[in-house]
Ligand binder design. Sequence first.
Ligand code: ADP
Ligand code: MG
Length: 679
Amino acid sequence: MELNENIKSIKGIGEKSEKLFNKLGIYTVEELLCFYPREYDIFGRIEPIANASEGKNIIIEVSPAALPQMIKRGNLKIIQCRMRDAGGSIMVVWFNMPFMMKTIHMGTKYILRGRVINRNGMLELSQPKVLSMQEYANLVGKLRPVYHLTAGLTNNAVAKAVTNALEAVKLDGDYLPADIRKEYNLVPLKKAIKDIHFPAGKKECMEARRRLVFDEFFLFALAMSQLKKNKHVKNSKYIMDKYEYQDRLLAKLPYKLTEGQMNVWNEIKKDLSSGCVMSRLIQGDVGSGKTIVSILALITAVENGGQGAIMVPTEVLAAQHFESFTELLEDMGINVCLLTGSMTAAQKRKARADIESGEVDIVVGTHAIIQDNVVFKNLVLVVTDEQHRFGVRQRESLSGKGDEPHMLVMSATPIPRTLAIILYGDLDISVIDVLPTGRLPIKNCVVGTNYRTQAYRFMAKQVSEGHQVYVICPMVEESENMEAENVTDYTQMLRETLPPSIRIDCLHGKMKPAQKNEIMERFAAGGTDILVSTTVIEVGINVPNATMMMIENAERFGLAQLHQLRGRVGRGSAQSYCVFMAGNASKDIMERLSILGESNDGFYVAEQDLKLRGPGDFFGIRQSGELDFKLADIYQDADILKMANEAAGKFALQDIYSLCKKYDRLKERIMAYTSDIFL
Ligand code: ADP
Ligand code: MG
């Protein structure tokens, strides 16, 4: 079997499961093999019941204290059985597994493995697996892959498919040259791929990961060095010398630009009038006011006779930017249009026609902007917002829509300068280092679930004062459908708990974009008091009247992501609050989360987080999905990034063409990585 074959060639994958894999973006054998586990289930040892704590996965050896009972609630059959070991007892619960009634016998010992939950103040073992002594002995100490799933596809099915693929596929040859592998002490690709899915132990897993992370960074750095070479001080056709629109807009704003914004805007103006193509990154923490700076640049492009485009990662954000741009720019005679994937075919056709004819001055959109059929009349400035959500390739495709247009990219990811120089090596970097004045720092608190009632009371108080609230719902990783259900259930529960006058809405990733937009718009317009949401609201959204955020299961997120999330509040002049609620209040978790309580500064959070983590501490959550990397984490893998950059530096000295002649497979990789931007 070849890597580029359809996954249907893999034993056990038929029409039906093919579709499910497709949903996860997996079409070829290679894509399946590169569908890395999101985490590992580390099969631990038997522990006493006394060690059980909320949220913990535990293995216990117990015997029933009484016969199991079955309770029917609607369609649900609930089996309950109190189990005990030498030191204590716990209630064990199974849903819709009536056969358990016959499986459990008095006087017999069972090994149970499951998650401890808190039901009305009592700890409970929920839906545990029942294992024989033999099964336990086989599994203890093993790492088992846990994959992202979609409804209908089980973890076992993915693992099985990967196993079968690994057996059948030819995986020899390694595109990474042997000398590099040797120098940086990297395991062969074949071993890395095998071990990332089914590691014999932690050590193998870490080595596999290290190799694959190196690859990601190495390819990235090679691409970067080519970009840098190509970009190096290019003359621009678009020299901008008119700057009256900026005065008109600035005069209209209800605020003055901060010094940071002003400095960055001046740097941009210098670029735009310099005669060279601008390639600039604006780095600024959440809420620092990057949008308005990009608007100034965009209208200047329009004033000087061209078109501008801004690409954002989500439909919701595109819709919001479109609204606010239109509101600001309409009376200046500037034509703004929206282009997103969820628009109807007719709407898209109209937008495309207007973009091509030059009727439209500024396009706000998602990836839809870089589709082949979008043609600009005269694109002179492109902006990518929330760049950390895009890959280099997408950013470059946007530029490709014009004839070497000026480029501005914006990111809220706080990264140290040394890393920024590698990751954004082809860009000049501007930093907005202050938040607008008149903002009160967000007040944070890190609490356990016992604080929930108080949090709800506080929420109701915020609402009674005319403010709005976000609740980030617990994450359900197991399946997307469950995520939707979960948000809906939580919302229902909240409606029942809070006074009926409070208007509560919910938002999740499974909704149609149009529906998401509608809900978001209603919230932004103040038509909803509380928005219960998954992390879909994470990027960019701006509702200054929202003053409180409560994040359930905060322990399941990386700190960097929590920081981005909380950036949704504290955007107006009123005092804002963020409640990080840990579903599992263990000491380590509370220590990690408390970093967020110490500071609202993204840099500080990232640094402290790193200090707390030891090498190889990647078995849990991923910090940040920066820049399209699959495994690599720019914070945690900073050392590998530097190494890979150094390695790529050696290569870049050679001519890329002769390099590719010599290393055929590497060429394929670079091509796949960067499309044909520069080869
Ligand atoms: P981000 O940098 O996270 O993209 P935004 O551009 O969305 O931040 O700005 C956040 C909020 O701050 C918006 O409501 C915006 O209108 C407001 N804002 C931007 N600049 C200033 C300023 N200089 N003074 C006061 N408010 C500002
Ligand atoms: Mg923004």
